[in-house]
Design a protein around this ligand. Structure first.
Ligand code: FAD
Length: 383
């Protein structure tokens, strides 16, 4: 099904109508949905299945809502995207996989990226044909990004980037990386940083997967050895990389929680109520943890839809998400003996991956201590 212009305009202006129409389409069970809506332990196969689902959603028009028309979208707001992923989770999709970067990086690319480049890159991403990673952290710069050393030097028609990034999620499966690099002096700290859209297929890029304790290759170390980046791939202003990073963090710590909680809700209702090992009190507490994420993150979606950003308030949503993620996975583990030992099929493997991943959610997007520090200094103005 491809949408006709009047239907497109009606759904753009009416999120409940969009939600109902998409729900009907998903209920018909398109083959790409059936393939993605099952536990897949291998990240390679999971990314493949999700890429096909993204292509189907793009071709039918659904994933284009929530993105501006000049970037290949159908208009509407982030609330459309919130509704789409809510429904995908309800129809059995277990996670966003590499496409979580739609809600971490793409809003910033759309708002601050070079328009001509983004007009090509965003539709390719939405179609599941190209994917993105986020290259901020380095071996000696994580919590304090102002220390980062990857350097971009002007050279002819662009820049040459040299340096090392680490803990780069989904880099093994990504074609592009949003790289934060130093364009100012070493002492310039956060003022001398610039964000670049770097093609991970370019000569001089080396992506080395890091196998995590949960057996997946989501994380990677990425080195850049004199990599040429054309001048029109600067995202935001030259030396304005900090603004770009803060825009991304408002989504990564704030609105992303909405998308993640859709999948956590699914884990909770599917695995917990029938488990004899789980008491009502613990299940109720986990549900309340999730309700807190749902309430604050849906407010964040509406704020962003109205053109505002969350700023330091995003830290609160991020902390609530960590809490819910861990309490729900604790319950899943308590209720399923196969998780600790026993069956080795894809379903158990994915549950085990998710449990172990929930132990490190307090680190990505800035550690729990850094979020608490931000709340103390920027929201409570404590000394
Ligand atoms: C699953 C996962 C996915 C990730 N994905 C990405 C990604 O896609 N792209 C990317 O760029 N990075 C990514 N990261 C990296 C992540 O952003 C960093 O690990 C994080 O910011 C912490 O930095 P660090 O590891 O260098 O630890 P450090 O900064 O060395 O911190 C070590 C410890 O010291 C504490 N600490 C540091 N400074 C302070 C302070 N001022 N006050 C109090 N305590 C402090 C920290 O809380 C932490 O406990 C990911 C990490 C994980 C776990």
């Amino acid at each position: 099904m491809s949408l006709l212009a009047p239907a497109q305009a009606a759904l753009r202006d009416d999120v409940p109508a969009y939600t109902a129409a998409l729900d009907r389409w998903l209920a018909e069970g398109p083959s790409a949905l059936r393939a993605a809506a099952r536990p897949i332990a291998s990240y390679e196969r999971r990314v493949d299945a999700m890429s096909e689902l993204m292509a189907a959603l793009y071709d039918a028009g659904w994933s284009r809502f929530g993105w501006p028309e000049h970037l290949g979208g159908h208009g509407g707001s982030i609330v459309h995207r919130g509704a789409m992923w809510y429904l995908l989770a309800r129809h059995g999709v277990p996670s966003m996989a590499v496409f979580e970067h739609f809600e971490v990086l793409a809003p910033t690319l759309a708002a601050l990226g070079p328009p001509e480049f983004v007009a090509e890159a965003l539709p390719a991403f939405l179609r599941g044909r190209e994917t993105w990673a986020q290259g901020f952290s380095e071996p000696d710069a994580g919590s304090d990004l102002a220390l980062l050393r990857t350097r971009a030097v002007e050279a002819g028609d662009g820049y040459r980037i040299t340096g090392r990034k680490i803990w780069t999620s989904w880099a093994r499966y990504a074609t592009w990386c949003l790289v934060l690099a130093r364009t100012g002096s070493t002492e310039s700290r956060h003022r001398g940083l610039t964000a670049f859209a770097v093609d991970l297929r370019a000569p001089g890029v080396d992506v080395r997967p890091i196998i995590q304790a949960n057996g997946t290759d989501e994380l990677a170390e990425v080195t850049f050895d004199d990599v040429h980046v054309p001048a029109d791939r600067v995202v935001g202003d030259l030396d304005g990389g900090w603004t770009v990073a803060m825009h991304i963090l408002s989504h990564e710590r704030g609105t992303y929680a909405w998308f993640r909680q859709c999948f956590l809700y699914r884990d909770l209702v599917e695995h917990v109520p029938s488990s004899p090992g789980v008491g009502d009190r613990a299940a109720g507490d986990a549900l309340l943890d999730l309700a807190a994420v749902s309430a604050t993150s849906s407010a964040a979606l509406r704020l962003h839809a109205a053109g505002a950003t969350l700023g330091p308030r995003a830290t609160i949503t991020k902390l609530l998400l960590c809490n819910a993620e861990q309490s729900i996975q604790d319950l899943v583990l308590a209720g399923d003996g196969d998780l600790a030992a026993g069956r080795q099929d894809d379903e158990v493997a994915v549950l085990r991956q998710d449990y172990l991943f929930s132990r490190i959610v307090t680190i990505y997007g800035g550690s729990q201590q850094i979020q608490l520090d931000t709340i103390a200094k920027q929201l409570l103005a404590l000394p």
